[in-house]
Write a protein that binds this ligand. Sequence first.
Ligand code: HEM
Length: 493
Amino acid sequence: PNRSRSGAHRRPASIGASSSASVDLPLRKIPGDYGLPFLGPLCDRLAYFYFEGRDQFFRSRIRRYGSTVFRVNVPPGPFVAPDPRVVALLDAASFPVLFDTSLIEKRDLFTGTFMPSTELTGGFRVLPYLDPAEPNHAQLKRLLFFLLGSRRHAVVAEFRRSFGSLFEAMETEIAREGKADFSAANDRAAFDFLVRCFFGTDPAGSRLDLDGPGLINKWVLFQLGPLLKLGLPPYLEDFLLHSFRLPPALVRADYDRLTDFFRESAGPFLDEAKRFGVSREEALHNVLFATCFNAFSGMKVLFPSLIKWIGRAGARLHGRIAEEVRSAVRGTGTGEVTVRAVEAAMPLTRSVVYEALRVEPPMPLQYGRAKRDMMVASHDGRFEVRAGEVLFGYQPFATRDPRVFERAEEFVADRFVGAEGEALLRHVLWSNGPETEGPTAENKQCAGKDFVVTVARLLVVELFLRYDSFEIEVGASPLGSLVKLTSLKRATF
Ligand code: HEM
């Protein structure tokens, strides 16, 4: 009865990334050039944002050069980034070289070819900007592992509380207005959930009250602005947002409000920092960054995307997920949602979450600097990269590579169900590493990997415990999709 199983059409997933298989591939000179100084980067930037758009920008160059590895300028370029020249890696074979810390340095490359002012992060270079070779990388990452581990027990209850209220508010809004803005409500629920889950405190009623998400969104804009599209008239937007940095002083007061709140809320956690060799102040700005930038902004992009893909897949899939989720929760004996039930008894729910992370990775741009001269292999050729050159991966082109995934551009809900599906997980790369591997103090894989997968599954669980089906409307937004719910059909079984 499993009608849309794609198993029969799956292709073998064996590719010769950096393995010995690639030695047989022809050696090619990396195609592409950077054009004239200033003008080349400017033209590439306008093409990337406005004339072609991001996907088409890369697709048209793959066609032009007959190669998924080529030289190109990436935004922002002048005057924000000192050097926009990169070697682009746009297939599943070459992309994973970015995870190899023996070949690649990740220092100050979190946001790409420019780094936002450290005035925006309390004067510190926070963890995502540190290379594992820097001593505080391991200390800070262990400190975050400690935070996530010590609060594991709070995740399910706090999630259900914050997102349960979200869905109740959505129902009221739909009844009143005919539709409800999921994206905006998700911002509030995500911040509320993260603070309660990590620190056991409640932003509502504090001095921050409901201002948290607004303050964070503005602060993130000051960091990522040069990479975003807000929808202003193109030349004006390009001049205002991509050509110069927004002055950090303009967001100083907002950041101070956030630090004051974290200093108070995260007090008991900050007391532990010393044990990990981290000063209280450095721990404060790092835990703020992990919560507000990594976790909050990650959920801001991922959750609307998840609702979008499941929403578009339609009522038949909704019914199958609802059946799975409800029978698994009944199976716990108590009728309570448990992490165990979510992990062990919901294969379709797991697959749906992985598929959303594959088809639309929430953080799509990754960068690394070659530590030495080396070879990078695509499916078709080997390329020589020089020490010091920046490698750039546009992740959707790796995780939607048709030579690894059948129907690669489509959302195939049960793609990762069963043994064959499981074997494809090593090509799911959203966390800056294969889904089959985990973050360590020595690598650069997302510290919140397991947490993210859990909360994404919990969103699906909450949705389908409450509703049989739902409908949506999708629009664009600078960070992620703008998703509105137009109907929520209450559970009937
Ligand atoms: C790193 C994605 C949530 C903490 C990363 C990276 C990616 C990523 C792609 C690597 C960036 C690079 O170096 O190029 C995401 C997404 C999330 C999410 C999509 C949510 C949907 C979280 C959460 C936490 C977290 C919840 C922790 C509370 C970190 C940290 C790093 C990181 C600390 C840097 C790791 C290191 O330097 O070794 N994340 N993340 N992230 N993430 Fe996440």
